[in-house]
Design a protein around this ligand. Structure first.
Ligand SMILES: Nc1ncnc2c1ncn2[C@@H]1O[C@H](COP(=O)(O)OP(=O)(O)OP(=O)(O)O)[C@@H](O)[C@H]1O
Length: 215
């Protein structure tokens, strides 16, 4: 589904990503793990179209999307969930959910879909809550579902478990397993490998801007 070939990136003369080769198959869940500062967020931002690589190619479903804007990539089926959630703070949970769907359906349908997705993922009690009143765990699930609502076939999830307590982490884990069962492909970053055991089909280590595959 996604192929990254020979991708490199320097920031301020420092090589942050070096000749990255990476694949995520259709419906596959890949965990990209590595210590702080290893380049995970930089790679995710480049894959989402929020930053440009210096060289290399990004192929999505056999199409070269390296030059595509972030907006076009969403339409192509890739959605990015930020490490620090970025909802519209003055809007309700339901409005935040409906907005990403409005690129592909009308307002009424988007709200209906938002309600049914919230119900399916057990957060219907949050629908009327404003985003600036949500807890950290609730914001994380909103960020995940906002990416999901774009209709994506590949989710890029940057540290979805960061700053979550044990209960929220368990809940989020269950939701990711459900999405995986629906056939959603995911590339998930984490600085801890263990949290993604049982979810990820494959682990890829990123350290010092270089990837190495394992199990
Ligand atoms: N905009 C920027 N300006 C300068 N340096 C940057 C910038 N973005 C990233 N870097 C540097 O690039 C390297 C990789 O950063 P990145 O955020 O991608 O790592 P990470 O693996 O996601 O780390 P973390 O787990 O802490 O988020 C770091 O050394 C960081 O300081």
């Amino acid at each position: 589904m996604l192929r990254v070939r020979g991708l490199s990136k320097r920031i301020d003369h420092v090589v942050v990503l070096r000749n990255i080769n990476l694949e995520v198959g259709s419906g596959e869940v890949v965990c990209l793990y590595g210590p702080n500062g290893s380049g995970k967020s930089t790679l995710m931002r480049i894959l989402a179209g929020l930053d440009r690589p210096d060289c290399g190619k990004i192929i999505l479903m056999e199409r070269d999307i390296t030059e595509e804007s972030a907006w076009d990539r969403v339409a192509s089926g890739i959605a990015y969930a930020f490490q620090i959630p970025r909802p519209f703070k003055s809007l309700k949970f339901v409005e935040n959910l409906a907005l990403p769907a409005m690129v592909r359906m009308d307002r009424e349908q988007a709200f209906r879909l938002a309600e049914s997705v919230a119900e399916r993922y057990g957060v219907e009690h949050l629908l009327e809550k404003r985003a600036d009143r949500l807890s950290q765990g609730e914001l994380k699930i909103l960020e995940l579902l906002r990416a999901y609502m774009t209709g994506a076939r590949l989710l890029l999830l940057d540290e979805p478990f960061a700053s979550l307590d044990t209960d929220n982490a368990r809940y989020l884990r269950e939701k990711l397993v459900e999405m995986r069962e629906e056939g959603m492909a995911m590339l998930i970053t984490s600085h801890r490998r263990r949290i993604l055991e049982g979810i990820a089909d494959r682990f890829v280590r990123l350290e010092g801007g270089v990837v190495s595959a394992e199990g």
